[in-house]
Design a binder for this molecule. Structure first.
Ligand SMILES: C[N+](C)(C)CCCC[C@H](N)C(=O)O
Ligand SMILES: O=C(O)CCC(=O)C(=O)O
Length: 460
């Protein structure tokens, strides 16, 4: 068991020393992986001796055009002193984005990957201000040009040090001092700046409040749909619920609910969950709990690495079986761990101990280790330094990233009316990506310029 707050404080304190942050504050502590920052190209490139690039002295380029050279399998590009990266000839040909190879409107590949000779090679490569030009040694001459910023962003051999891709801000109880909030009028404004701020908050903190929302289901539903279409589930589309067991779930009771993420019984849990407390009369309690699952996981990793590893490996079965007409389990049942990772990074927390099904796939020893691990996890999740309690009131909406931030509530008495909805993770990410194109275009977009989404856009 976690002995006392002092352990967590001492860890956080130590981390504070490491990252000079006040303990448990909302700061950028990207614990999930620090990447070496790349060196900006701020002066004429010096061609490292070991590369012996075949370029004439006059070709020592001015600072903004990287040096390139070809060998029998790859093209090497220098994005900075000692920062060479290489691209397979085949990879370059497969990623040509000329209108013949990549549909300029639908952004879909037209070139047939499987008709590209596996030994395809350039006839000529030239570094040009607009990018790397490759003339291919193919029966019909073909020219490809790759913008430098796009090559740099998609480098893989090696991937040059990039700014840490995650600017997530992990938080604990002290987020209460200054929780991310956007005014309703800003979010609803047709200029979309407030909407971008709202979604940026959710991306960064895993949640955000919206203040000044009319205390109606209509206004709340309209607000939700500023993000994207609502994800309908067995609980309906837009919910308006109270403690009447109208649905077979403890959410429809007065019971306290510990910090959890929703939909652990779905193969693909919803991305966002939005709540608006419309009224609470004739009783007390019903406060809302928020816990940053990524923060709790970062502490578990630091304090109990073997427990972190177990919770990252062991799949947990889950179900929603409160109604005769449905019986939900994720497919395949029991294959999703509490701490989900992709490319070595924590990307999802799936935690709802109330909806957990029977644990019957572990050996006795593994089971004992797993129970000890969830005790340590629960100790961090329920620690006072992790819990952000807030009494919602009509007019304030909270939206949480259900893949990261856990929510819960204290028990209550009286008549309590809550409304809200789910939004799919892809709808949230898509809207955020479109708004980023407008309000925070990346280096590639700025270099390539032009109207609308380019074929070089991020993540295509
Ligand atoms: C629809 N509404 C959000 C009111 C309740 C949904 C039930 C929540 C369920 N126990 C879960 O953890 O997913
Ligand atoms: O009633 C609340 O405040 C939250 C209920 C809940 O956790 C849920 O519906 O998932």
């Amino acid at each position: 068991m976690l002995r006392s707050g002092s352990r967590i404080a001492s860890v956080v304190g130590r981390r504070s020393a490491l990252t000079s942050i006040p303990s448990v504050a909302c700061r950028n502590i990207s614990l999930l992986g620090q990447a070496k920052r790349s060196q900006p190209i701020s002066k004429p490139l010096r061609v490292p001796v070991r590369c012996q690039a075949t370029i004439a002295p006059e070709q020592t380029f001015a600072q903004e055009v990287p040096v390139s050279r070809v060998d029998d399998r790859k093209v090497a590009v220098s994005f900075g002193p000692e920062q060479w990266t290489r691209f397979h000839h085949f990879w370059l040909r497969d990623h040509c984005r000329c209108p013949e190879c990549f549909h300029p409107v639908t952004k879909q590949r037209l070139v047939n990957t499987f008709e590209i000779p596996s030994d395809v090679a350039p006839a000529k490569v030239e570094s040009k201000p607009e990018g790397l030009e490759v003339i291919w040694q193919t029966s019909t001459p073909h020219v490809s040009v790759y913008p430098w910023a796009w090559l740099r962003k998609n480098a893989y051999d090696p991937a040059p040090g990039q700014a840490n891709s995650s600017d997530k801000v992990l938080w604990g109880a002290k987020i209460k001092q200054d929780p991310p909030t956007v005014p309703y009028a800003d979010v609803m404004s047709s200029n979309d700046k407030g909407l971008f701020k709202w979604l940026s908050n959710i991306d960064k903190y895993g949640f955000s409040f919206v203040s000044g929302v009319p205390a109606t289901t209509e206004a709340t539903e309209e607000l939700t749909e500023r993000i994207g279409f609502i994800r309908e589930t067995q609980y309906g589309k837009f919910w308006d619920f109270t403690s009447d067991l109208a649905r077979g779930d403890t959410a429809y009771t007065t019971l306290a609910l510990g910090a959890h993420t929703d939909n652990t019984y779905f193969t693909d849990p919803c991305g966002l969950q939005l709540f608006h407390l419309l009224s609470h009369t004739g009783g007390t309690g019903g406060a809302t709990l928020l816990v940053d699952g990524f923060y709790a996981a970062s502490l578990l990793k630091e304090l109990h690495p073997s427990a972190y590893d177990i919770l990252s490996r062991v799949g947990v079965p889950s179900h929603a079986a409160g109604e005769d007409i449905s019986l939900y389990t994720p497919q395949p049942q029991g294959s999703y761990p509490i701490l989900g990772h992709a490319h070595g990074e924590l990307v999802q927390v799936r935690w709802n101990n109330d909806d957990r099904s029977v644990m019957n796939k572990l050996s006795p020893n593994e089971l004992e280790q797993w129970y000890e691990a969830i005790r340590l996890w629960n100790g961090l999740v329920t620690h006072e330094d992790s819990e952000f309690w807030v009494q919602l009131t009509a007019g304030t909406v909270v939206v949480v990233d259900n893949h990261r931030v856990m929510h819960g509530r204290s028990g209550f008495s009286g008549k309590r009316r809550m409304c809200g909805a789910y939004v799919g993770v892809d709808e949230f990410r898509s809207k955020y990506a479109v708004l980023k194109e407008r309000f925070a275009p990346d280096a590639v977009a700025q270099e390539v310029g032009g109207e609308g989404r380019s074929v070089w856009a991020e993540n295509l």
